[in-house]
Design a binder for this molecule. Structure first.
Ligand SMILES: [Zn+2]
Length: 147
């Protein structure tokens, strides 16, 4: 999914589960789970993209995710915990970036790339965004309910 979606999901987990010993592993586990839902993101078609374009898009996506997540949950959640949850939930994709950007096709980057490649459900626009918004919305809803 987009880094924005992963950030909001990680943040929603931290905002609802006050114990980091549960929240952090859950934020980590959320990444491959939601990636199985067919979606669109900037990584689609990365081979035909200029590396600089991919880097700028990914960085902008991540920055947007941090800003939205902080706006949503920053007031009610411990800042360090919130940022840890965002970082952990993004880490699977961050660890693929050296493979995509610098052709570092070796461990651990190649492992994360292959894992992401096999677990990512792909969908074109606009459905690839609709499924993502629905996923993020339902997760926030469920967490609010449990909380
Ligand atoms: Zn991913």
């Amino acid at each position: 999914m987009t880094a924005t979606a992963h950030a909001i999901i990680g943040g929603a987990i931290a905002a609802s589960i006050s114990n980091p010993a549960i929240g952090i592993p859950l934020a980590a586990a959320s990444h491959p789970l939601v990636d199985m839902i067919p979606h669109w993101d900037f990584g689609l078609g990365w081979k035909s993209k200029k590396k600089a374009v991919l880097l700028i898009q990914s960085a902008a996506d991540l920055a947007l995710g941090v800003v939205i997540t902080y706006a949503l949950f920053g007031k009610t959640t411990d800042t360090l915990y919130l940022f840890m949850a965002i970082f952990i939930s993004e880490s699977w994709d961050i660890l693929q970036m050296p493979y995509l950007l610098f052709n570092w096709k070796f461990f651990p980057f190649s492992t994360f790339y292959r894992f992401g490649h096999h677990t990512n459900g792909r969908a074109k626009m606009p459905w690839g965004i609709v499924t993502q918004a629905a996923t993020v919305g339902s997760i926030i809803g469920v967490l609010r309910f449990v909380h």
